[in-house]
Design a protein around this ligand. Structure first.
Ligand SMILES: [Ca+2]
Ligand SMILES: [Ca+2]
Ligand SMILES: [Ca+2]
Length: 456
């Protein structure tokens, strides 16, 4: 471990000395995607590595506690350990949806998958401008329930298939999902909105959280003042811990402000554990509520440990960066304006209290902002300032390791894309121009672009 760290520092020193003078754009060191928190594992553990440098003993210990908790299977109370599951839940562990800290499985035709859930709401907004709970169903459909209670409903998907063609004549096929909420335990209210959400990798979140608000807002261009067809809009969401509206960064619509809130919400909504951020069972006001005014099912220290775990999962390094085809693909990624939303490079703010996250140059390929992605991707369900057709640019770092970690390459907010190419072909709205440029590319250019994306 010590040796690896030293070797790593030497590599950094050597590359930075050599390149300092010639850095003109983001290209020079972008293989170190997570700055000094980059790791070189390329197998199934690529998303599961701990920060390699600068973690204090306390942080490391919390990381390990959080790691165990991420894998733990929760069970019905009372139990000596890992109790508090449900009464309503989606899954029994974090890892059931974030397989090896990555994605879960997308649902197949006619079926469902634990790692995709529906957020639900009633039209209108709550006192913070966020979605309104759907009476009888809350904020999310939990299909599962503990013994003696009814799950809320089943969520199933059907796909229709459509074909299209690249300009060179090669054809492609896309699958368009339609979700249905089947067998609800009570009739669904007449007017409801829902948004399908597929799980995502959870590494690198601490670094994304460490980008200063001002840095994110620099890329904002809500009214497209520079007239390039790309806006970029920040979401502002209710920060429960700070009790004020703050910048949203996490989730498919940037509806969550911090790692801490994301983790606490996952415990509460996805697994059914009360905690200091979400003190009530997700079944409050419903028939499934257990009417127990018990203590928090997850202690404060375990919530913090989980957040520390997520914050300190390292980022995998890029591969094949010197391959000429990859270098050509990177140019095509620029030329097709992908970089306007998938912003390659960011710098995290200086943070004396947490040196492991401080002042890092990272390559997440996201601006963390919302963009109009057109009607085909719209869920027609607003989340704070995000309209139905607006989505947060997802980070692309590590995307080429999807196959090694999760044995699939299903992407987008509902997992409809079966590979990277299909993900691009679904781009619309502000990203329509990028998609059209992709369709215009020759087969060899498309191959180079995909090879670049697979090197991330
Ligand atoms: Ca519970
Ligand atoms: Ca619910
Ligand atoms: Ca613009």
């Amino acid at each position: 471990m010590k040796y690896v760290t030293c070797l790593f520092l030497v590599i950094i020193l050597v590359t930075s000395c050599k390149k300092e003078a010639s850095i003109t754009n983001y290209e020079e060191q972008d293989w170190l995607a997570g700055g000094s928190q980059t790791v070189f594992e390329t197998g199934s553990g690529a998303y599961s590595q701990t920060f390699p440098v600068n973690l204090s003993a306390v942080a490391l210990e919390n990381h390990e506690i959080g790691d165990a908790l991420f894998e733990a299977t929760f069970i019905t109370a009372p139990a000596p350990k890992n109790a508090g599951l449900g009464p309503l839940y989606n899954a029994v562990s974090c890892a059931s949806c974030h397989n090896k800290d990555g994605r879960g499985n997308a649902p197949e035709e006619g079926g469902h998958s634990v790692s995709l859930f529906l957020k639900v709401s009633e039209p209108g907004v709550n006192e913070h401008g966020g979605p309104l709970d759907l009476p009888g169903f809350g904020v999310q459909i939990q299909p599962k329930a503990t013994f003696g209670k009814l799950g809320e409903a089943e969520v199933n998907v059907h796909y229709t298939y459509e074909t299209g063609a690249f300009d060179d004549g090669a054809s492609y096929e896309l699958r368009r999902p339609t979700f249905s909420i089947d067998n609800p335990y009570i009739p669904l209210p007449g007017n409801y909105l829902f948004s399908p959400r597929f799980s995502r990798p959870v590494f690198g979140m601490g670094l994304l959280e460490a980008i200063a608000d001002a840095t994110v807002l620099m890329n904002e261009d809500e009214y497209d003042v520079n007239n390039d067809g790309i806006t970029g809009k920040a979401n502002y969401v209710w920060n429960i811990y700070e009790r004020k509206m703050t910048l949203g960064r996490f989730g498919w619509k940037a509806g969550v402000p911090t790692v801490l809130q994301q983790v606490a919400a996952a415990f509460n909504q996805d697994i059914g554990l009360t905690n200091f951020i979400f003190p009530y069972e997700n079944s409050l006001n419903q028939a499934q509520y257990d009417n127990l005014n018990d203590e928090f099912e997850l202690s404060d220290s375990l919530v913090y440990a989980s957040a520390m775990y997520i914050r300190t999962l390292a980022v995998p390094a890029r591969r094949n960066v010197k391959d000429p085809e990859v270098i050509r693909g990177k140019q095509l990624f620029n030329d097709a304006a992908c970089v306007k939303c998938h912003t390659p490079k960011h710098k995290t703010k200086v943070n004396m209290a947490f040196p492991a996250l401080s002042n890092q140059t990272i390559y997440p390929y996201t601006d963390l902002l919302l963009h109009d992605m057109g009607p085909n991707l719209s869920d027609n369900r607003p989340e704070y300032l995000a309209e139905g057709f607006e989505w947060r640019t997802p980070p692309l770092w590590g995307i080429g390791l999807s196959q090694s970690v999760n044995n699939h390459s299903y992407f987008l907010h509902d997992g409809r894309a079966r590979n990277i190419s299909e993900a691009i072909l679904w781009h619309g709205g502000e990203a329509l121009q990028s998609k059209l440029l992709y369709i215009k590319m020759s087969a060899s250019d498309r191959k180079a672009l995909l090879k670049f994306l697979n090197s991330l």
